[in-house]
Write a protein that binds this ligand. Structure first.
Ligand code: GDP
Ligand code: MN
Length: 385
């Protein structure tokens, strides 16, 4: 789960991590009032769950309260297109005003779980304000990585190593140590999957401050953080993904032609690979998980069919805990209820496969039953050619 910058900054403050003052504005007049409170100037920032806002016109500098008011009005409701939103952009529904900071240096700081080492890893770079992917591609030597031992936490010597790598000195260096350690503590205590401060700024006065903040949480740990669940902004999520999450289904929108219903992420990957191998590409995939009910399967099928990109559907289920007959019944019921206008190919394997196949073939519906995965991929790709 992702949250907005203003929400991330509130959590930083809770953990004693310095970030500029700021407030949400709910109108042009309020934007002027807040800017006055912030010392007469401010940075007007669009709150969307995507980065690269600065270049897209979602971060603007107001030199007076009046200017903040007009910038607010221009930004609220605008369709903001950034490198991360895709060409369709995202509608701005929340605007945050931040105290303006005089920047001496822009640095980068990120914390994530490194899947190769299985350790929480802190990344730091002197190249802040630029997307870290760009730095990694062109000057990877400018990224320093520190892997943290979970039992020790981010040790003092490691925080100092990061501060040295960032070229900090004197008072700024001294303040960086608790800054990094508090941020690490936040990462662990809030079950984050990523915390990114880009840019981390050294101000003209030598203060260290988080000018931007992006936090993602591990969805599997949200059950123990009701305070974080409350921060979820449904405006930022695709309606089909919200629909799916209400049934504990995972729906991912892609840009090809074939809707895929699968169980398990590994099978989803294999299904997408084989569709590509046979010359088409997936419109989406929907993972029904390990033990979905007939009703969940029915909703899964409905959600896939509602995707306007879908020209054919491939159902690929390996029945382990999930029974093939339950899947078949869900598909048949959904097809009867909603009506299916696109070809449907089903490949079932595993528990109760005979019963599942019988339900499909006796349904009277134009569902093609495949004998194996390669056969299924061939059939579904051929159906749209
Ligand atoms: P992003 O483009 O979505 O990553 O949004 P950021 O919050 O990182 O802002 C983009 C850029 O705007 C930063 O890298 C800074 O260069 C600039 N910026 C943001 N806030 C301030 C500020 O208070 N003072 C100055 N001088 N620049 C700022
Ligand atoms: Mn940024």
């Amino acid at each position: 789960m992702n949250i907005h910058e203003y929400q991330a900054k509130a959590i930083l403050r809770e953990y004693g991590v310095t970030t500029p003052d700021g407030k949400l504005a709910r109108g042009g007049a309020e934007a002027a009032v807040i800017t006055r409170e912030l010392g007469g100037r401010s940075v007007v920032k669009a709150q969307i769950h995507a980065g690269g806002r600065g270049k897209g016109g979602g971060v603007k500098f107001a030199r007076t309260p009046e200017e903040a008011s007009s910038l607010y009005q221009g930004m609220m409701g605008m369709n903001l297109v950034t490198r991360q939103t895709g060409p369709e952009g995202r509608k701005v529904q929340t605007v945050y005003l931040s105290a303006a900071v005089d920047i001496a240096r822009e640095l980068y700081l990120g914390i994530l779980v490194d899947r190769l080492t299985g350790k929480v890893t802190v990344l730091a770079s002197t190249e802040g304000g630029v997307e870290i992917e760009e730095v990694a591609a062109s000057t990877p030597e400018k990224i320093v990585k520190v892997a943290v031992d979970a039992t020790l936490g981010l040790a003092g010597y490691q925080a100092r190593e990061l501060a040295f790598a960032l070229g900090l000195s004197g008072e700024t260096f001294r303040k960086a140590i608790p800054f990094f350690q508090n941020l690490y503590r936040l990462f662990v205590e809030k079950d984050c999957s990523m915390v990114e401060i880009n840019p981390l700024v050294v101000t003209a006065k030598g203060e260290l401050t988080a000018l931007d903040a992006k936090i993602s949480f591990d969805d599997n740990a949200l059950f123990r953080h009701p305070e974080l669940v409350a921060l979820r902004d449904l405006n930022e999520e695709a309606p089909a993904e919200i629909d799916a999450s209400n049934y504990d289904l995972n729906f991912i929108k892609l840009d090809g032609s074939i809707g895929c219903m699968v169980n398990g992420a590994g099978l989803a990957m294999a299904t997408m690979d084989i569709i590509k191998h046979h010359g088409s590409s997936p419109a989406n995939f929907l993972d029904v998980g390990g033990g979905a009910s007939e009703d969940a399967v029915k909703n899964a099928f409905r959600i896939i069919l509602q995707d306007p990109g879908v020209r054919a559907v491939l159902v690929n289920i390996f029945g382990g805990i999930m029974r093939c007959d339950v899947v078949a019944a869900g598909v048949v019921n959904a097809a009867k209820e909603i009506g299916v206008k696109v070809p449907v190919v089903v490949r079932l394997e595993g528990t109760n496969v005979e019963e599942g196949t019988r339900v499909l073939t006796e349904s009277g519906l134009a569902i093609q039953v495949a004998k194996d995965l390669a056969d299924a991929a061939r059939k579904v790709v051929a159906s749209i050619q």
